[in-house]
Ligand binder design. Structure first.
Ligand SMILES: Nc1ncnc2c1ncn2[C@@H]1O[C@H](COP(=O)(O)OP(=O)(O)OP(=O)(O)O)[C@@H](O)[C@H]1O
Length: 849
């Protein structure tokens, strides 16, 4: 750096020496410097034998020499040290410094540096000698003077002698400094200043650092203090909240305890006021297992009958003659197995285990229930459960599928709740089903009770109670269910129940069986008004006869001034030996005596509406009526119309069948006429709204879908039945469905009953109905038989034919919604009146109007 500076400033003439010289000089100086350094460091006076020879050193000289540069090193170092003393060590240092500057730092050789080097070493030697330091070292190394000869001569002998010691030291220090500056190029004052400034800076920095440190420490401690203060606050707050919570808890406990005490008090007061308090779950009565599936076998005397016939030799009915000595059937005709009722082994353990499964399954779904009674019926077993308070019973219904899976039941039905009870019933089909024989039901007091006018033995419910219906109260019954579910057996039990009570002069049947085979068995029954009707085309005529019969009865009721069938049969009669022949005048008088305004009004309204058949038609009709009124019967029998398979009829003539059924159903009750309609096709187009609206009592057997069940019962449930007589009964005037096992009567038993009845009397059919049926069935008829209703219909037909200028049965059927039979009859009448031409194969008929 110094060299460069000098060059720039041009304080000294620029050296003309070539560059390589500088480098050679530099390397030479470094090399000599290193040799000199090593020589001086490893200098020992014993390496110089000359000193020993001279007697300076008393010891033996070192052989070989210890100096690392050998003899030369020893001599050289001795020489340097004798000339410059300890300052000789400065010489290799200066040489190395210059060598490095020349060789590596691009400095150029200058005299100043060489002078500076000598000055630096020489003044150093003088100073050492004047100041007299390192004298011991000098003596030890046989140098004699710390500053060598140079120090002695120049320092002590010249300068100290001239300037005294102090003056010499000051001068020498000054020269030493100058020499160092010249050698190194460093500026000591500037350097000192810089050093001082740096020192001051360092001190300030240190002070600042200390302050900052102190500040940091202060801040940290402040923060810590703050933190600990906050922690303290938090701890205090926590402690406070805890205390508050504890206090609140205690307060809440107190309030709760007070409330409980109050509620207890209220309950106690309530209990006092009303002793029938709501039953707590823990007070649930002990569950029982009831087996109602077993048969009751009241053994009867041979020849015993459910009903003894009241003999009335004077009785006149629809077909009077030949029924005076009629005997109703006895129990003997029904099978009676004395070995029954044997316990078929109701396994209580099994029932209890199923009940446990039910309760556990419900519990698994979070539905808490308590087990109740188990009732084993003939077909199903009902497991009752008490839902815990606050539990919606619908939650149990929702688990139907899960319960079925858990109990491995074929079919399961849930009654939530059981009508009239506070329990929910889970009904599962029994593995061993027990049939309910008809005989068991007929022997029951409920069947023979006088309360029921036309008792029907229907079945037995799950609790073992007999299900007895009263046809007179129903007054019509719809029986529906899938094929094979037990419909025919049910109809057979109903007919058998009736046959056990009624003789043919008390009750007559009209049986309609489009399936032909179902009612074949009743063909010989003396109760039949007409042979079993199997041709669907003749059914409408049969139904029309029933309507006419109903109308006739109403007219006679009106004449007698009675309101209904019972009123007519129980009316007081004049004491006469001859069969009663009522003169029209006499009848009128009676009617006037006890007029029944309601009955008369209803009949009058029906006649006006044209709902009731022919009155005041032609002269013949009037004649008929007069005849009919002149011969007033002593009593009317009930008429029960049984239609087995409505679907077949609805296919043939839906409008006519529906209309006539509706008419009978609406009005026939008071006339002692009842309908029993069966179908295995519970579809909305078969069991129409009109039919359903007029037949409130229904029995549903198993059906395939909930939709079918709705058609029959207006609710689901029949789809959950298990078949083979398992049924749901909707009694008249009730919305509560009863599940029961239908009564079973075998074909053999039915045959025996029919045989018994047939043996009692001959069949006497009603000629008028037969005639009417034959006409209706054949489609023929003469003009004289055309009723008012027919005339009305004819007018409509004429209108259609004139508009269309076409005449065909199918056209009338389509346009006027007529059944085939009626439309064909209209065509015949029109042909007879020559309004249309005769039929000619496939050709259209001529229209003459
Ligand atoms: N009440 C009952 N008790 C025991 N078994 C019955 C009962 N009802 C019906 N069954 C059994 O079911 C079978 C079929 O009954 P049923 O003939 O009455 O059915 P259905 O509905 O009339 O069938 P379909 O319409 O085909 O005539 C019977 O043979 C009988 O074995």
């Amino acid at each position: 750096m110094a060299v460069k500076k000098n060059t720039v400033r041009g304080e000294e003439p620029e050296s003309n020496l070539p560059l390589w010289f500088n480098e050679v000089a530099g390397i030479a100086l470094i090399g000599v410097g290193i040799i000199l350094t090593l020589s001086l460091i490893t200098f020992t006076p014993h390496d110089l034998p000359i000193l020993s020879i001279g007697g300076v050193i008393d010891n033996e000289p070192n052989i070989p020499r210890e100096n690392s540069i050998g003899v030369v090193g020893a001599l050289l170092s001795f020489f340097v040290l004798r000339v410059f003393g300890a300052a000789g060590y400065l010489l290799p240092i200066g040489m190395l410094w210059l060598g490095i500057a020349y060789a590596f730092m691009g400095a150029k050789f200058s005299k100043r540096t060489v002078i500076g080097l000598f000055c630096f070493v020489l003044t150093g030697a003088c100073l050492l000698n004047v100041t007299e330091v390192l004298t011991e070292w000098a003596a030890r190394n046989y140098i004699f003077e710390p500053g060598g000869f140079a120090g002695l001569w120049l320092g002590t002998n010249v300068l100290e002698a001239l300037l005294n010691k102090t003056g010499a030291i000051i001068l020498l220090v000054m020269l030493y400094m100058i020499g160092m500056i010249m050698l190194t190029g460093l500026h000591p004052i500037q350097f000192s200043k810089v050093c001082w400034a740096n020192f001051k800076q360092w001190r300030v920095k240190r002070a600042n650092d200390r302050e900052r440190l102190a500040e940091k420490k202060g801040k940290r401690s402040a923060r810590e203090a703050e933190r600990s203060a906050r922690q303290l606050e938090r701890d205090n707050a926590k402690a406070e909240t805890k205390e508050k919570a504890q206090e609140e808890n205690e307060r809440a406990k107190e309030v709760k305890a007070k409330k409980a005490a109050l509620a207890k008090l209220n309950r106690a007061e309530e209990d006092k006021k009303n002793p029938q308090v709501e039953m707590e779950l823990k007070e649930i009565p002990k569950p029982q297992i009831i087996d109602s599936s077993q048969r009751r076998n009241n053994k009867r005397e041979p020849g015993a009958k459910p009903f003894e016939r009241k003999k009335n030799p004077d009785a006149i009915s629809l077909s009077t003659d030949g029924f005076e000595n009629y005997e109703t059937p006895g129990f003997d005709l029904l099978a009676f197995d004395e070995s029954e009722p044997e316990d078929e082994g109701m396994d209580q353990g099994e029932l209890l285990s199923i009940q446990k499964t039910i309760v556990d399954t419900l519990k698994a779904f979070g539905v808490e229930v308590t087990a109740g009674d188990i009732t084993r019926g003939p077909t199903i077993t009902r497991y009752e459960v008490y839902p815990s308070s606050g539990l919606r019973v619908s939650r149990i219904t929702q688990l139907e599928a899960d319960l079925a899976r858990a109990t491995k039941a074929e079919r399961i039905n849930i009654l939530a709740p059981i009508p009239g009870k506070d329990t929910v019933g889970i009904e599962i089909a029994n593995d061993n089903k027990v049939a309910v024989p008809l005989r068991e039901l007929l022997q029951d007091e409920a069947f023979t009770s006088a309360k029921n006018k036309i008792p029907l033995a229907l079945g037995k419910d799950v609790y073992g109670n007999t299900v007895i219906g009263d046809l007179a109260a129903m007054p019509h019954l719809l029986v529906a269910g899938a094929t094979g579910a037990g419909k025919s057996v049910c109809i057979n039990s109903i007919i058998a129940s009736i046959l056990f009570k009624f003789s043919p002069d008390e009750l007559r049947f009209i049986m309609v069986d489009p399936k032909v085979v179902e009612m074949q068995i009743y063909g010989r029954l003396p109760h039949l008004v007409v042979p079993v009707v199997t041709d669907p085309n003749k059914v409408v005529a049969a139904l029309r006869w029933v309507v006419n019969e109903m109308e006739k009865r109403y007219r006679l009721f009106a004449k007698c001034g009675v309101r209904n069938f019972d009123g007519f049969n129980d009316r007081p009669r004049p004491e006469k030996e001859e069969p009663v022949v009522v003169e029209p005048e006499v009848v009128d008088e009676t009617a006037e005596e006890e007029p029944d305004p309601e009955a008369i009004e209803s009949i009058a309204r029906a006649l006006e509406d044209g709902e009731l058949g022919p009155i005041g038609g032609g002269d013949d009709d009037e004649l008929d009526m007069e005849e009919e009124e002149a011969e007033m019967p002593d009593r009317f029998p009930y008429i029960v119309v049984i239609i087995d398979e409505l679907a077949d009829l609805m296919q043939t003539a839906p409008a006519d069948v529906e209309q006539n059924i509706a008419r009978i159903a609406q009005k026939a009750r008071a006339a002692g006429i009842h309908l029993i309609i069966a179908t295995q096709t519970p579809r909305a187009d078969v069991v129409t709204g009109i039919i359903k609206a007029n037949i409130p009592s229904r029995i549903a057997f198993q059906v395939s879908s909930a939709l079918d069940s709705r058609v029959i019962l207006d609710t689901k449930g029949a789809d959950k039945l298990v078949g083979k007589g398992d049924m749901l009964y909707l009694p008249p005037g009730s919305a509560k469905l009863e599940r029961a096992q239908g009564a079973f009567v075998s074909d053999e038993e039915v045959e025996a009953i029919v045989e018994h009845c047939a043996a009692q009397s001959e069949q006497v059919f009603e000629p008028s109905i037969q005639e009417s049926i034959e006409k209706g069935g054949s489609g023929g008829g003469d003009e004289n038989d055309v009723s008012d209703a027919d005339e009305e219909c004819l007018l409509k037909c004429i209108e259609v034919i004139t508009t269309e200028q076409k005449a065909s049965t199918s056209l009338l059927q389509r346009r006027l919604r007529l059944g085939y039979t009626r439309a064909a009859r209209m065509m015949d009448i029109l042909e007879e009146r020559q309004m249309i031409g005769p039929a000619d194969g496939a050709k259209a008929r001529d229209v003459h109007i």
